[in-house]
Design a protein around this ligand. Sequence first.
Ligand code: FAD
Length: 335
Amino acid sequence: MGIEGYKGVFVFVEQRDCHIQNVSLELIGKGKELANKRNTDVTAVIIGKGVNSLTDTLSHYGADNILVIDNDKLDKYMTEPYTKALFEVVEAKKPEIMLFGATSIGRDLAPRVSARVHTGLTADCTGLEIDEETGNLLMTRPAFGGNIMATIICKEFRPQMATVRPGVMQKLEEDKNKKANIEKFDVNFNDADFNVEILEEVVETKKKIKIEDAKILVSAGRGFGSKENISIADDLAKALGIAEVSGSRAAVDSGWLEKDRQVGQTGKTVRPNLYFALGISGAIQHLAGMEESDLIIAVNKNPDAPMFETADLGIVGDLNKVVPELTKLIEAEKS
Ligand code: FAD
């Protein structure tokens, strides 16, 4: 069969302990847009144990079809059986496009599937469009350390596969009336597919919300001056209750914050309801990761800091004074 026989946009839905990861819903939203342009539909592929219960959510967020691979042995993610399952899906359904979240699971799984079905994979995309002339998928990602954006196409093989960074695409509004076609998909597993056994799972005890999922981010930049001073941002986040602390690359490179807290071109893309940019100058690489936030409040002692051009609300002042004052006001409001 030639590549013209391949149809439909497929999204691998990542779930952990039956919680669908946000990025998968974002990809269903983007997948729907791509599918419309190709006059086709979007299919969510969900793999795991007890995942039948998740089909309503996938329908409500825009999946037209859902392929369910529900198997007791697939309780936890394992590379080999998941690869085999998706390989068989590709063989049977011949999707034109297949999308994965650029998460640790997506980054493990997608390359193996692409190698097994003999097609290309563009990793870590930040943009996906359809080329109106050729119908090919245009997959855009930062290259050379983020200095240029490269747009990659996969002309000769199908499916066109991409992993996409969490937080970049937007999920659709939930529509509880939507119903997808649900199909149970059987995979020909044998014992050799389960040659790895999970003996123990050690869950990180620090309960941190991923910055991509936070509704409010208190983001710290070089203006904090020291690791100890980050406590000012921690206190504001605590007062706000549902906020997480993130930061610029300067703050991460200085060792004040963990790498997974970095916002920007080489960090995470975030889109919270509220983003505090504290002591962050507003370099283009930082803006690339947060400018889509709903409301941006900047505190900077330099009135000419570029961040003020992007911010909705700007406070010119020393963050050491402004931020604790703000924290106090919020605490007072609560009591
Ligand atoms: P600075 O630019 O040093 O700004 C500090 C700010 O704090 C200044 O505006 C200053 O006026 C203010 N300030 C100082 N003291 C105070 C005070 N007491 N009160 C209030 N304000 C104060 N950066 C990212 O953030 N994320 C990325 O993913 C990223 N990727 C990159 C990729 C590439 C290829 C390159 C070349 C760069 C990348 N950078 C990234 C780096 C980026 O260019 C900037 O260097 C970085 O964002 C600067 O961080 P900053 O704003 O915290 O520090």
